[in-house]
Design a protein around this ligand. Sequence first.
Ligand SMILES: [Zn+2]
Length: 291
Amino acid sequence: MRTNQLVSLSVVLGLIAVAFGLLGNGATSKVGAPDVAGPSHAPTDWPRGDKIVDLTHAFDEQTIPWPTEIGFRLERGFDGVTDGGWYYRANRFSMAEHSGTHLDAPNHFSKDGESADDVPLARLIGPAVVIDVTAQCAQDADFQIPTEVFQTWEREHGRSLADMIVVLNTGWARFWPDKERYLGTAETGKPAVAKLHFPGLAPDAAAWLAANRKIRAVGIDTASIDAGQNKTFGTHVVLCGHGIPAFENLTNLDQLPAAGFTLIALPMKIRTGSGGPLRAVAVLPDVATAK
Ligand SMILES: [Zn+2]
């Protein structure tokens, strides 16, 4: 086991310990002193003083689906005061697995790949880095990130991408939820797929990352890890073939440092699913208290 695997394992164990600690406090306050102060951590201030950045687009009627898929639909259920006198509200929703911020499980493009419920948690929670390609993508909406970008990043930052969750910041999240600008076309159906324009990861770079760096996962702020103009989904095929999941339609990547944070991307645990809605967050160490 490599050192960084040990570190990431300790991060996961730490999160579990914190979770149990919080449960423990709740149990204590029930039997003993009431918790008059309420939760000791604000939602954006956990654990310790760490900052949490939400990388997820909210699911609503503006959620952008793949051109051939359905978006997100919230069906309003009961909303009001019941006969019993208490207030009650409950809705239903429907969506495609690959609409909005979502997971691509390896079985999305690999027949025997892991399904959404089967992706190892260590691929969904782990140390992450951000590769900033906003400048290249602003020049070229069809930019496919080549291997050299990753090799340059490693040189400039003096660290390896091995075992990392590699997050690609193309700057495309700024177009959400404008379909025309985000996807390159607002049209739907099969013919629309040929009209897609957005940046992505080049298939040979995906192959290099998978073979030489054994990365945990890839995240991107576009609708697909393959650029819109690709014809063969080569990056999906390569990554899924290596058991590497992808997180698509991420946002707020400009709020992240280049390295030194933890990404948590937990999908709905759909049995045999090819992906699913994702709540992705980044946990940034508190720079004031970090050693
Ligand atoms: Zn997908």
